[in-house]
Ligand binder design. Structure first.
Ligand SMILES: [Zn+2]
Length: 148
């Protein structure tokens, strides 16, 4: 399989994806590999397709709803001044939501995150313990929001 997102999902199913947070009905929640944006989270669609309208109606609405729940959980846990949610997939054509918390110390708050040099934004890798703590907080908050 040459889809990086399908590969990541396969790792989740095998229990070898250390960024995995929790499973939703429509997808999987993972923390971003780099935490330059503290709390950067993704929701990966269970279905491999590139556009929202390629999902059946029910799955599409569920995917949108669950994205908003995950985004709210990210907001509550990481307390940014603004959230950015993006569905791009120009390079990896498998539906995945990017949820970026933008904090007060953000070096370029008025612009999309992608404007920051890749070498900078892709290299904030957490120690395992801190990663686990962030995942646990987020997972708990998502569970809380799902029952209310
Ligand atoms: Zn895929």
């Amino acid at each position: 399989m040459d889809c990086i997102i399908c590969n990541r999902i396969e790792m989740i199913e095998k229990g070898t994806n250390k960024h995995f947070v929790c499973e939703m009905q429509s997808g999987y929640v993972v923390l971003g590999d780099s935490q330059f944006y503290k709390g950067y989270t993704l929701l990966l669609s269970k279905q491999h397709c590139s556009e929202l309208h390629q999902l059946d109606q029910e799955t599409k609405l569920l995917f949108l709803k669950e994205m908003s729940v995950v985004a709210e959980a990210v907001y509550n846990v990481f307390q940014p001044i603004k959230l950015n949610q993006e569905l791009l997939g120009n390079r990896d054509a498998h539906l995945h939501w990017h949820i970026f918390p933008r904090h007060t110390d953000d070096p370029n708050i008025h612009n999309p995150v992608w404007i920051i040099d890749k070498e900078i934004r892709n290299h904030t890798v957490l120690e395992d313990q801190e990663l686990e703590e962030r995942k646990e907080l987020l997972k708990r908050e998502i569970e809380l929001l799902m029952v209310t």
